[in-house]
Design a protein around this ligand. Structure first.
Ligand code: 13P
Length: 264
């Protein structure tokens, strides 16, 4: 939030289902309150949810977007799940991200054919978007969650073929570790949202370890402040790379109507 405010950028706070389970409605309220009172537009988004009840919980708590992630399911089941979740979310004025293809975290040892089989099929993507009415689509073009074990290789011709017949915003997960030129190329070819976790988390943990090793009885608030600054540095760099510096004024806060209500 501090990185986005300092750079006047809009941003999304993403809550992973594991975090939702751990932090419950208290965590959601905290994030929503931070978003509501921010100087820049911030939305609170449920990431990678395979559970209808978690999506229901997120929407009831007032989250404005969710990822209905049916990608572990066979294609037709993914389509049915995504369609149902999209109808539900739209009835509550929220937006939905979905995924076809399957992003991997452990593609080591896979053949090229096996990797390609997991990637988003451009023709299937067109049918999927038309049938489900999702608002943004996460694509799999060689991107992986976590650290890239070898040099990242994105299938840009595939991205071109996906973009050609789809006009909703495209999302790229696994943006940690992608070199700047791949980020720029992805933006040029239609990616509008990047998901970054690993690099931010590593900055927090590394800083925490360093402080713990050098201080005998550290204050928890100081520990957290330093770790937060380390995350802010990474996020600021990403915001600059993603080209959203100074664009806060182009977007309305998803909570603008609630804010207006509060001010009345
Ligand atoms: P990384 O952890 O690889 O940055 O991926 C994050 C992500 O895609 C979360 O949905």
């Amino acid at each position: 939030m501090q990185a986005a405010e300092t750079l006047s950028s809009p941003a999304m706070l993403q809550i992973h289902p594991g975090s939702l389970k751990f932090g419950g409605t208290a965590l959601v309220s905290l994030c929503m309150e931070a978003a509501r009172t921010s100087k820049v537009p911030i939305s609170v988004h449920l990431d990678h949810s395979t559970s209808a009840s978690a999506i229901q919980q997120a929407l009831s708590a007032g989250m404005t977007s969710v990822m209905a992630d049916g990608s572990p399911l066979p294609y037709t089941e993914n389509l049915t799940f995504t369609k149902q979740m999209t109808e539900l979310a739209h009835s509550k004025g929220a937006a939905v991200e979905a995924e076809i293809g399957r992003i991997s975290g452990s593609e080591d040892g896979m053949t090229v054919e096996e990797k390609e089989a997991l990637m988003t099929d451009p023709d299937q993507a067109v049918e999927f978007v038309a049938a489900t009415k999702v608002d943004f689509l996460a694509v799999t073009i060689g991107n992986v969650h976590g650290e890239y074990k070898s040099k990242p290789r994105l299938d840009f011709p595939r991205l071109v073929r996906i973009r050609k017949n789809i006009d909703i915003p495209l999302v790229l997960h696994g943006a940690s570790g992608l070199p700047p030129e791949m980020i720029s190329k992805s933006i040029e070819l239609g990616v509008c949202k990047f998901n970054v976790n690993t690099e931010v988390r590593q900055a927090y943990v590394q800083n925490l370890k360093k402080d713990l090793s050098t201080s005998k009885s550290p204050d928890l608030v100081d520990l957290m402040q330093n770790a937060i600054s380390a995350m802010q540095e990474v996020i600021s760099e990403k915001i600059q790379l993603f080209g959203s510096v100074g664009k806060a004024h182009l977007h309305e806060s998803p909570y603008a109507s609630m804010l207006a209500g509060q001010r009345m």
